[in-house]
Ligand binder design. Structure first.
Ligand code: RUQ
Ligand code: CUA
Length: 769
C-alpha cells in the first residue's frame, strides 16, 4: 500500500506545483488516467511494482525455454521485458546462428543419424551451480524431441556445445544439475531400444529401455564430457523429470516416471489408447539413484561398459551395488523437487489431488536396513511408501510442479486442472493460500527457486493456455507468463506477459548482478570456440586469396574487416564455380557497434559483434552480380555500407574494366569540403578538451569510446593525406572522395566523443587536476 500512497502523494504534489499541467493535458493526472483506462487502485499498485523507467534495470533475469522454437528466451523480472532470444537447437537469423560457419559447427554437433536436426523442443533450462548456488556462468537446456543437451555460455549468451544422448530416443527430463554442476541429469521419456536397430514391440518389456544419463560437466572448460558421463539403464517406464539431492541428500538423484504399467498403445489395432493404459495403476515409481557412488565405481572400472563413447551401467550392476531404488509415487507424477535443505522430496501426481512429501532420512534408513516391499520385474528394490512418506497434502486437482520460497517450509505448487497456484507448508502439511491463474498452469518458478537459498519475492506461472487474455491474433495464441508477487502472505497477480514463441515449459531466474556478460570480444575472436579465429584480420591487412587444387576446384578466401561505415573489401571478384569464404572481423571496440553481412541469393547473414570474426562459405555457382551490405543500422551511413561480388563467367576476358565515376568534381568542390572538415575538427577539439580535462579514465565506457574515437581519428588523418596527395596531382575526383572519407571519420569521431561527453556529464565526472 505504501507505494500507492507514494504515487498518489507524488501526483498530488505535481498538481500542487502546477507542473502536471492537468488543465491542458487532462490525462496527466493519475486519477484521470485511471479513470480513462478503467484502472483500479490494485492495478496501479501492480503497475508500480513492475514498471521500470527508461534506462532502469531488472533485479532478476529469467531464462525461459522457448519450447518448439528450440531457443531460450531471456527476460527481466519484474518488468517482464524480453531482452534476447538465444539460438540453441534452431537457426536464429538475427544472431546469424546457423548461418555463419562458426555456429554451423555447433549445430552440426547435434546431428542425428547423419541428419541435420534444425528443430528442437526445449524444455528445462538450468543454471550451473557452485555449492548449490547459481554461479552465473552457464545455462543448460534439453531438447525433448531429439535427446540433446546444449551448453550456453552466459559470458556472451551464445550456445557453445550440443551433445546427443548416445542411448535414448527422446528426453524430457533434462537438464537438472547437481550442486556443483558435477553432472547434468537427463532422463529418457519414451522407452526405446538402445541403438539404431529394429526391435519389434513384442519385445518391449525385454529390450526397450528407459534410463537416466548423468552428463559430466567440466566447469573450467565449460564443456560436457561425454566420455566421462554415465547412464543408468532403467526399465521401460517413462522416466520424467529429475532433481538432484543437496545438503544431506547430496550425491543422490531423484527421477520420477509414469506409465510404469509398461503399456503399449495401438488404437488402430482396437487397443485402448496410451492415455488409458498408462494411467491404470494407482501409483508409479520414483527412481532414486546414487550418482556419487556410481561415479566412483565407474572411475575404478568396477561397473559399467563403454558404449558409443560413453558409459552404460546395466540395471543388474546398479542393483548389485545399491545404486538404484524405486519408491511408489502418486498417479502419473510430473514434477519432482528437492527442498533447499535437501531433506525432503516433493512429488505431485497429475491424476491425484495430493502432493506427497518424502523424507530423505527415512529413505536412507530403509536402504541401510534393506527394508523393501518387493522388486519390480527387473529386480530393482521397491521401498514401501509408508516407510518414507512425510506428508500427503490435498493441494488441488492436477498438481504438477513445486517451487520454494525464501521462508522455510513454504512452497508453491502449480495446479493444472484447477488453474491455480497453491501456496502451502510442506512441514506442517497445510494449505496457506490459493490464487487463480489464466489458464492451466504448467511449471512455476520463484527467484533462484532451484538453488539452496531461494529468494522468493516473485513467482512466474507458465500457463499452457492464454485463451482470452490478449488481443486475438488468430487460432494460435501466445503463451502467458504471469508474474505474481509472493512477498506478502497473500499472493498478488501483477502482470500478464504474452510470449509469442513456443510453449513455455520451464524458466529459471537469477539475480542480475551475478551475471557478468562482456560487451566486446578480444579482437579477431571465434566466439563459438572461444579462441582466436584463424581468419582474424587486422585493419590494413585485408586480402583475397584464391587457390586451386589439381582437379581445378578453386577456393577464394576473403579476409575482410568491418568498421563504421564500410566493409573491406567492397568489390569481390570470383569465377563461376568458386567456393567463396568471406571472413569478416569487426574492428570496432565501441559497445553495441555490431555489423552484419548479407548477400543476394546466397542465404547468408552474419552478425559480427565488436571484436568478432565470423565467416560465410558458399559456392558462387552462377555468374552474375551480387550486392552485399551490412544488416545492422550502425551509423548514419549504414545504408552505404555495401559492396559487390562479381562472379565472372568461366573464361571471361576483362576489357579494361575501368570504373567511371558518376559525378565529376572541381577544385572548388574540394576546397569547400576541406573547409567543412577544418570546422568539424574544431568541434572535435572542443569535445576532446572537455573529455581530457575530466576524470574520464574513471569511466570504462568512456575509455572504450575514447579508444574507438582515437582509432577513427587516426583513419581520418590517413584519408586527409590521401586527399592532399590527389589534390597536388589535380585529380579532383579522388581528392574530393578522400576529403569526404576524412569527413566521415571525423563525424564518427565526433559522434563517439559527444556520447562520451554526455556520459561524463550525466554521471558526475569532475575536472581532472
Ligand atoms: S514439463 S508442465 Cu517440465 Cu516439459 Cu511440466
Ligand atoms: Cu555496419 Cu550497418
Amino acid at each position: 500500500m505504501k507505494t500507492l500512497q507514494r504515487i498518489i502523494a507524488i501526483s498530488l504534489l505535481a498538481l500542487f506545483c502546477g507542473f502536471s499541467a492537468s488543465s491542458v493535458f487532462a490525462q496527466d493526472s493519475l486519477k484521470d488516467v485511471m479513470k480513462a483506462r478503467g484502472l483500479t487502485e490494485k492495478d496501479i499498485l501492480a503497475a508500480a511494482k513492475t514498471y521500470t523507467p527508461t534506462g532502469g534495470r531488472d533485479e532478476y533475469l529469467a531464462f525461459a525455454s522457448g519450447g518448439q522454437s528450440g531457443q531460450v528466451i531471456v527476460y527481466g523480472v519484474p518488468s517482464m521485458r524480453i531482452l534476447k532470444y538465444i539460438g540453441v537447437f534452431t537457426p536464429e537469423p538475427w544472431q546469424a546462428y546457423g548461418f555463419d560457419d562458426e555456429s554451423k559447427e555447433v549445430l552440426a554437433q547435434g546431428r542425428i543419424m547423419g541428419k541435420d536436426i534444425t528443430f528442437g523442443d526445449t524444455h528445462h533450462p538450468a543454471f550451473s551451480e557452485t555449492d548449490g548456488e547459481y554461479n552465473g556462468k552457464y545455462l543448460f537446456i534439453n531438447d525433448k524431441a531429439n535427446p540433446r543437451i546444449a551448453v550456453i555460455d552466459l559470458h556472451d549468451f551464445e550456445t557453445k556445445q550440443i551433445v546427443v544422448n548416445p542411448f535414448f530416443r527422446s528426453s524430457h527430463g533434462g537438464a537438472f544439475v547437481t550442486p556443483n554442476s558435477e553432472y547434468i541429469m537427463d532422463g529418457a521419456q519414451y522407452a526405446a531400444p538402445y541403438g539404431d536397430d529394429f526391435v519389434p514391440l513384442s519385445k518391449f518389456n525385454e529390450e526397450y529401455r528407459g534410463g537416466l544419463t548423468y552428463w559430466k560437466f567440466n566447469m573450467e572448460k565449460g564443456k560436457i564430457e561425454p566420455e566421462n558421463s554415465f547412464t543408468f539403464e532403467m526399465g521401460p517406464y517413462s522416466q520424467d523429470l529429475s532433481d538432484a539431492g543437496k545438503g544431506i541428500s547430496y550425491g543422490w538423484g531423484f527421477t520420477n516416471s509414469f506409465c510404469t504399467e509398461r503399456y503399449i498403445g495401438g488404437i488402430e489395432r482396437g487397443r485402448p489408447p496410451f492415455e488409458a493404459g498408462c494411467s491404470s495403476k494407482d501409483t508409479d515409481f520414483m527412481h532414486v539413484t546414487n550418482w556419487k557412488k556410481a561415479a566412483e565405481l565407474v572411475a575404478a572400472g568396477k561397473i559399467g561398459k563403454k558404449v558409443n563413447g560413453s558409459t552404460l551401467i546395466p540395471m543388474k550392476e546398479a542393483i548389485a551395488n545399491d545404486l538404484l531404488f524405486l519408491i511408489p509415487e502418486p498417479k502419473s507424477p510430473h514434477g519432482v523437487d528437492v527442498n533447499p535443505k535437501g531433506d525432503k522430496i516433493i512429488v505431485s501426481g497429475k491424476l491425484d489431488s495430493h502432493t506427497w512429501v518424502y523424507d530423505f532420512a527415512k529413505i536412507q534408513k530403509a536402504i541401510k536396513a534393506k527394508k523393501y516391499e518387493g522388486k519390480d520385474p527387473y529386480g530393482v528394490p521397491i521401498i514401501a511408501i509408508k516407510d518414507v512418506l512425510h506428508k500427503s497434502v490435498a493441494v488441488g486437482l492436477g498438481p504438477l510442479h513445486t517451487q520454494f520460497d525464501s521462508k522455510e517450509c513454504v512452497v508453491y505448487t502449480s495446479i493444472y486442472v484447477d488453474s491455480m497456484i497453491t501456496k502451502w507448508d510442506y512441514c506442517e502439511g497445510k494449505v496457506l493460500d490459493q490464487l487463480p491463474i489464466h489458464y492451466n498452469v504448467g511449471h512455476l518458478m520463484t527467484m533462484e527457486g532451484d538453488s539452496v537459498s531461494p529468494d522468493g519475492k516473485y513467482l512466474v506461472a507458465l500457463n499452457k493456455l492464454a485463451i482470452d487474455r490478449f488481443n486475438p491474433v488468430g487460432p494460435l495464441h501466445p503463451q502467458n507468463h504471469q508474474l505474481i508477487d509472493i512477498s506478502g502472505d497473500k499472493m498478488q497477480l501483477l502482470y500478464d506477459m504474452p510470449l509469442p514463441l513456443g510453449e513455455p515449459h520451464y524458466v529459471v531466474a537469477i539475480k542480475a548482478d551475478k551475471l557478468k556478460p562482456g560487451v566486446r570480444y578480444k579482437s579477431g575472436w571465434n566466439s563459438r570456440k572461444d579462441e582466436k579465429s584463424v581468419w582474424k584480420t587486422r585493419a590494413g591487412r585485408e586480402k583475397t586469396e584464391r587457390t586451386c587444387d589439381a582437379a581445378g576446384k578453386c577456393t577464394v578466401h576473403v579476409y575482410g574487416t568491418t568498421i563504421r561505415s564500410h566493409l573491406t573489401p567492397e568489390i569481390i571478384e570470383v569465377t563461376e564455380g568458386d567456393t567463396v569464404s568471406v571472413h569478416l572481423t569487426n574492428l570496432e571496440r565501441a559497445q553495441d557497434e555490431t555489423h552484419g553481412f548479407a548477400m543476394y541469393g546466397q542465404n547468408i547473414q552474419l552478425s559480427i559483434e565488436p571484436g568478432k570474426t565470423a565467416s560465410a562459405t558458399f559456392v558462387a555457382d552462377k555468374a552474375g552480380v551480387y550486392p552485399y551490405y551490412c544488416t545492422e543500422f550502425c551509423s548514419a551511413l549504414h545504408l552505404e555500407m555495401q559492396g559487390y561480388m562479381l562472379v565472372r563467367p568461366k573464361g571471361y576476358k576483362s576489357e579494361g574494366d575501368v570504373i567511371v565515376d558518376g559525378t565529376t568534381y572541381t577544385k572548388a568542390d574540394y576546397d569547400k569540403q576541406v573547409k567543412t572538415n577544418i570546422e568539424t575538427q574544431g568541434v572535435i577539439d572542443s569535445v576532446v578538451k572537455f573529455i581530457t580535462t575530466h576524470n574520464y579514465k574513471d569511466f570504462p565506457i568512456v575509455v572504450a569510446l575514447v579508444e574507438d574515437a582515437t582509432d577513427q581519428l587516426g583513419f581520418a588523418e590517413d584519408a586527409k593525406k590521401k586527399a592532399a596527395d590527389y589534390a597536388t596531382k589535380g585529380d579532383w575526383n579522388k581528392a574530393m572522395g578522400w576529403a569526404n572519407q576524412w569527413w566521415q571519420y571525423q563525424v564518427k569521431t565526433a559522434d563517439m566523443g559527444l556520447r562520451a561527453k554526455t556520459h561524463l556529464e550525466e554521471n558526475g565526472a569532475v575536472k581532472a587536476k
